[in-house]
Design a binder for this molecule. Structure first.
Ligand SMILES: [Ca+2]
Ligand SMILES: [Ca+2]
Ligand SMILES: [Ca+2]
Length: 475
């Protein structure tokens, strides 16, 4: 994050933020007993993309309750089955419009345990509690859904089990299944793949070199920190206020409900000499493709003193810029600005994928996504990197997907820091300090995990009492 410039030029190809993607639920609530007792769901289907191949599949769905008692939609899941374009293809879900609200509809992808000629994957639709219930006889209304290849190559629909080329108007469609609890209440899955006996889509891949650290340390001088591969920064230099120090003793650890949490405290009294920034990073630059995750607590206000400083709270990966505009540079950022900065007036969260940059005169080649709102509090941050794209999630929701042009060419370190863009946000010389907390960090090499799989894996480490593991090989 050697970001010397005040102005950062953002890529024109800003990633449009797609809402309500990804999987939000780490674990579905247990289905209520007898949910399907008075049985009856019907799924109706039409498509608004009827081509044998298309830019995206557009299964539009309605779920109707034909039973005699109300059905809670959060107990219902619907699966659309398809044959992947290639074994390595990955897909993204989006909701264009829905009577129940796209924010109440999530889509995740799964792999069938017993692939057939027309189905080896499925799109599973589920609902948040905000979708409410269906009274007897009621339906969800239109759910205008779509999915596409991550790399935006065409999808071949003609070989997809659930695709109905002629279905230009809604009609009952048994090639899509609905299930409630342990019962399939509508439709027929492709042979041998009944959804009530699935491979659990929250199961993480069985192996893959992994770094997990729950940040269970006593202080910044705890010898385990270095032994586990971390460096608590003390050397001067950017980013941030020129002349500021990077203060290792402002990196502290405390127990919260039996779980150790790391705190990065950044403080200032309005001068460079009084400004103390914080950073912790892996000494090894050995992390490239795969999944990165951290649980981070951002804050909007100082712990004490006057508010308003232009602060950056981060989780990122980075390597070194060997020359201005060298294309083998790589950096992937979560950056939260609680008080604005970089021309922004107020809270904003950026995710940014860097091809390269030139410090002077400043020029950046990157792609970013942004949301202008408060992110004060704890958040689950996930970024995945495969050979096609970089995808960011916040709290299980898709936040942005960035293009292959920004993929890393070389391995990187993993970093957290909190720093001040400048001292122009608050001119007071009254001391103030800001906290950024980190619960854990996870990296799984060369595996793209869903946010739900990240949650499962972290849960497994904790159930085993493991607070640190690093099986990622040195490069
Ligand atoms: Ca297909
Ligand atoms: Ca690059
Ligand atoms: Ca922890």
């Amino acid at each position: 994050m050697r970001r010397l410039a005040k102005s950062r030029i953002r890529a024109a190809a800003a990633a449009a933020l797609t809402v309500a993607l990804g999987c939000t639920a780490l674990a579905a609530a247990p289905a209520s007993a007898g949910a399907a007792a008075a049985g009856g769901l019907v799924v109706q289907y039409r498509t608004s993309a009827s081509g044998a191949t298309a830019d995206q599949s557009e299964p539009w769905l309605k779920v109707r309750n034909t039973g005699s008692s109300a059905v809670r939609l959060s107990d219902v899941k619907v699966r659309y089955y398809f044959k992947a374009d290639a074994p390595s293809s990955s897909y993204r879900f989006a909701c264009s419009w829905a009577v129940k609200g796209c924010s109440n509809i999530t889509g995740t992808f799964g792999t069938l345990a017993r692939p057939t000629a027309t189905a080896d994957r499925y799109l599973e639709i589920s609902f948040t509690s905000g979708a409410g219930s269906l009274a007897p006889g009621a339906d969800t209304g239109d759910m205008q859904l779509r999915f596409h290849q991550t790399n935006w190559q065409p999808v071949r629909q003609s070989d997809d089990y659930s695709f109905g080329q002629e279905r230009s108007a809604y009609g009952d469609w048994p090639r899509v299944t609905a299930h409630q609890g342990g019962t399939t209440t509508w439709g027929e899955a492709p042979g041998g793949n009944d959804p009530t006996d699935p491979t659990d889509p929250t199961d993480p891949p069985a192996d893959g070199p992994t770094l997990f650290d729950d940040f269970n340390y006593s202080s910044h001088t705890d010898p385990k920190i270095g032994a586990h591969g971390w460096s608590v920064r003390s050397n001067s230099g950017g980013p941030g206020v020129p002349g500021a120090t990077w203060a290792p003793d402002n990196v502290t650890f405390a127990a919260q409900s039996g779980n150790s949490v790391m705190n990065l405290e950044t403080s200032t009294a309005g001068t460079a000499a009084s400004t103390e920034q914080t950073e912790i990073l892996t000494r090894a630059t050995k992390f490239r493709n795969g999944t990165y995750a951290a649980r981070v607590k951002f804050s909007d206000a100082p712990r004490s003193g006057p508010d308003g400083d232009r602060l950056v709270q981060t989780f990122f990966t980075i390597n070194d810029l060997k020359a201005p505009m060298a294309d083998d540079y790589a950096e992937y950022d979560f950056e939260y600005l609680p008080n604005g900065g970089w021309g922004e007036p107020a809270n904003i969260l950026y995710t940014t994928s860097w091809e390269t940059y030139r410090p002077d005169p400043w020029e950046a080649v990157n792609q970013h996504s942004e949301v202008r709102q408060s992110y004060a509090g704890w958040h689950d941050l996930v970024v995945t990197i495969d050979n096609n794209a970089i995808t960011y999630y916040v709290d299980g929701r898709h936040f942005g997907t960035h293009d292959a042009a920004y993929l890393p060419e070389r391995p990187m370190s993993i970093n957290f820091n909190q720093w001040l863009i400048d001292l122009a946000g608050q001119s007071s010389t009254t001391p103030r300090s800001y906290d950024q907390q980190v619960d854990y960090v996870l990296h799984v090499k060369d595996q793209v995990l869903s946010p739900a799989q990240v949650g499962t894996l972290v849960g497994e480490y904790r159930a085993a009492g493991t607070t640190f593991e690093d099986t990622v090989p040195a490069t």
